[in-house]
Design a protein around this ligand. Structure first.
Ligand code: GTP
Ligand code: MG
Length: 363
């Protein structure tokens, strides 16, 4: 099957990138429960997995409604194939680029673990160096795309909005900055959206530490780099996470506590990614199904309806909404109604995180 078919549409897509042997596949496996081959003779193909977003509200609503089906929101991860052919000092080759262009966000697995059997391609472990060098690689890649397009527009004397925004982007990169730090208006954003510029995508850092480093101060400077760059940093030990993920579920927490691993890393990681992407969930609850749906913050009710089905969006009449917290505080739907927490909202209502919604529609 073509990897792009599996990649799919609609769900959030997160691309996992990083230098060779930084532990990308190890972490992909730990997060997804998949069993893709790791190491120097690992899989030559990209690995794709769909991960459920842990959500206690879904669990609670399911206890109340006892639905036939319980469905969590989902996030797709892709671990791009190793890039031996492109040379070991580069992170993204042309095959990876085609996949990553469609990603909503990137996660940079930064190697902080030492392992004498598995050398870092640059010869030493230096997380901050890797972060800087990845940024440069993303910027350079975007620069080439932008410059080529801008030159062409100039040659054909096609002045206009597209050329203007491309020039702004080019200047920004020439100043040594990634495009995600450039403020663009929604119109400008639309002009460049089709290019899939990688340095514009939200980027999260995932520090992959060695077994002995957990709970100890990290001398590498990765944390202060992340702070200065205003980037989310999640720290974990990929190898141990994988070991924990392979245990039966009931043994995992005790093992985590013993090892000092802290909160369940999958939930922590996914929630950090949600935040970074400006995402939230709304809920639908009934006897057939309790379900969480992913939308961007500031989504209108009518557009949220479209996430469920285009018919519901097209035939939208109104939305009956109660927020999860109000519903739980009231104790039942009848009480929530009595207390005035159940509202009828129109198309332009801006959805809130945890809204439980019943869409009225007409097809
Ligand atoms: N000691 C130690 N070894 C690790 C850790 N994470 C990964 N490794 C090892 O490093 C090697 C490379 O890990 P992979 O997960 O295959 O790394 P990758 O980034 O997917 O590598 P490529 O796909 O080849 O680019 C494997 O032998 C892992 O067992 C870690 O936290 N500690
Ligand atoms: Mg790999």
């Amino acid at each position: 099957m073509n990897i792009l078919d599996q990649w799919g549409y609609g769900t959030m897509k997160i691309g996992i990138i990083g230098f060779p042997r930084s532990g990308k596949t190890t972490i992909f496996n730990a997060l997804s429960g998949a069993h893709a081959a790791v190491g120097a003779f690992g899989s030559r193909d990209a690995n794709v997995a769909v991960i459920k977003v842990p959500d206690a509200r879904v669990d609670r609503l399911a206890e109340i409604h006892k639905p036939r089906k319980k469905t969590y929101a989902e996030v797709q991860f892709i671990d791009v194939a190793p890039n031996e052919a492109a040379g070991e000092q580069k992170v993204i080759d042309s095959g990876a680029l085609a996949l990553l262009k469609n990603a909503d966000a990137l996660v940079h697995v930064v190697r902080a673990f030492e392992n004498e059997d598995v050398l870092h391609p640059a010869g030493s472990v230096d997380p901050v160096r890797d972060c800087r060098s990845l940024e440069q690689e993303l910027q350079l890649g975007d620069f080439i795309v932008i410059d080529k397009r801008a030159e062409r527009l100039e040659k054909e004397h096609r002045k206009g909005a597209e050329l203007d925004v491309l020039k702004r982007c080019r200047d920004h990169i020439e100043g040594g900055r990634s495009l995600r730090t450039l403020d663009l208006s929604p119109q400008e954003e639309a002009e460049v959206a089709g290019f899939g510029l990688l340095s514009r995508k939200p980027l999260m850092l995932l520090g992959n530490y060695g077994e002995g480093q957990i709970g100890k101060p990290d001398p590498s400077g990765l944390a202060s780099y992340a702070r200065e760059a205003n980037q989310t940093l999640v720290e974990l030990c990929g190898k141990m996470e994988l070991e924990v993920a392979e245990l039966p579920e009931e043994e995992r927490q005790a093992f985590r506590d013993d090892l000092g691993l802290g909160e369940e890393s999958r939930a922590h990681f996914i929630h950090a990614a949600y935040d970074m992407l400006g995402l939230m969930s709304f809920l639908t609850a009934g006897e057939p199904e309790v379900r969480a749906w992913t939308i961007r913050k500031n989504t209108r009710a009518v557009d949220a309806a479209g996430v469920i089905h285009s018919d519901i969006q097209r035939g939208f009449i109104r939305a009956e909404i109660v927020n999860y917290d109000d519903f739980i505080a009231a104790g039942s739907m009848a009480k929530a109604k009595e207390q005035g927490h159940v509202r009828l909202e129109g198309k332009d209502y801006i959805m809130r995180d945890g809204d439980i919604v019943l869409f009225r529609f007409n097809v």
